[in-house]
Design a binder for this molecule. Structure first.
Ligand code: ACO
Length: 320
């Protein structure tokens, strides 16, 4: 028994912020952003927060799967920008969609979160604990972004993607996950620290910090490496993979991964131009687009792969 994706959904905020809009608040240009990252515009939530976007994506995934919320026995929500410390985002989605029979919790693995969540669902399904799961990748990084730092504020966008996963005979073939906490400082965002009565610390707020070049080097090495591991361990020919659905952090990273794997860019779809880096949401949003555009047929082999803060990386080989 394995787990198969039977429906997908996504949601991005209505408000579009173009590169020219950002050039009004920091010293940058449409030309610089497009050439270095592939991003033309991104969506930023004005009122739409993490759980709101996640619930919208979840409802669309349920509709796409033709499933009812009551059928769900597990909700895993991957995010590094929850609205609250508790209740967790998965419980908020549970309440919003009426998934009264589900156990719900969050997973934190930054941009690899969706792959980590899918791998976790797979372990639960294979061991017979759960049968029908909702998996969500969602981030609202706009609230953690320093809007005066041109090195990071041009990169991110807000959004959510979701998948309904069910125990079936075919579906996920193999998963790979990895972490390197020693290098965690290259990409970080401290949580709010209110201090306590003993240490006398004052409340602090922090923003995303990123050493872009270090993250770039890590990504172009680690993503091909973990995809090769996935293929080797599952005895799969790379030529049999229809699409590599990669984390959308930078179009140059996607191009470099394709080159290292000796795969044509037609097999590496991208939508970073429209949404920027939505962190844990990029892979499920892209998957939903491929699904709704009719580009996926039953039996197609796909690889989903993400990398991000932690550092973390993860890849999933599945049959559609
Ligand atoms: N506009 C104009 N100039 C800029 C901007 C900007 N928005 N940002 C930086 N610059 C300048 C720098 O100040 C620097 O100027 P200097 O040469 O005078 O010092 C110059 O451009 C070059 O800067 P670099 O950092 O070397 O630019 P680089 O080509 O490396 O591109 C980028 C930067 C786009 C961030 C790239 O390193 C990258 O994409 N890295 C990977 C990021 C990533 O994948 N993040 C995902 C993880 S997110 C997560 O997990 C939550």
């Amino acid at each position: 028994m394995t787990s198969r994706i039977i429906g997908t959904g996504s949601y991005v905020p209505e408000h579009i912020v173009t590169n020219d809009d950002l050039a009004k608040i920091v010293e940058t240009s449409d030309e610089w952003i497009l050439e270095r990252t592939g991003i033309r515009e991104r969506r930023i939530g004005i009122e739409e927060g993490t759980s709101f976007m996640a619930a919208k994506a979840a409802q669309r995934a349920l509709e796409n799967a033709g499933a009812e919320a009551e059928e769900l026995d597990l909700i895993l929500l991957a995010t590094s920008s929850p609205d609250h410390c508790f209740p967790n985002g998965a419980c908020e989605v549970q309440a919003a969609i009426g998934a009264v029979n589900a156990t719900a919790f969050d997973i934190s693995a930054a941009c690899s979160g969706f792959e980590f969540a899918l791998s976790t669902v797979q372990a639960f399904v294979q061991s017979g604990v759960y049968k029908t799961a909702l998996v969500i990748g969602v981030d609202c990084l706009s609230k953690l972004t320093d809007w005066t730092d041109r090195g990071t504020c041009v990169l991110f966008g807000d959004g959510a993607g979701a998948a309904i996963v069910r125990a079936e005979e075919t579906g996920i073939i193999h998963t790979v996950m990895g972490s390197d906490g020693v290098r965690g400082a290259v990409l970080s965002c401290a949580a709010r620290n209110n201090g306590n009565f003993l240490n006398g610390k004052q409340p602090e707020l922090d923003y995303i910090y990123m050493n872009g070049q270090e993250v770039f080097k890590f990504a172009v090495k680690k993503v091909p490496e973990c995809i090769r591991q996935l293929l080797d361990e599952s005895d799969t020919d790379i030529g049999d993979v229809k699409y590599f659905v990669l984390h959308q952090a930078n179009s140059r990273i996607c191009e470099s991964v394709a080159k290292r794997l000796k795969q044509p860019m037609e097999k590496v779809p991208m939508n970073i131009d429209r949404y920027g880096n939505t962190s844990g949401a990029t892979v499920p949003i892209l998957l939903d687009e491929l699904n709704r555009n009719g580009q996926l047929n039953r039996g197609d082999k796909l690889i989903l792969a993400g990398f991000g803060g932690g550092l973390t990386w993860g890849a999933v080989l599945l049959e559609w």
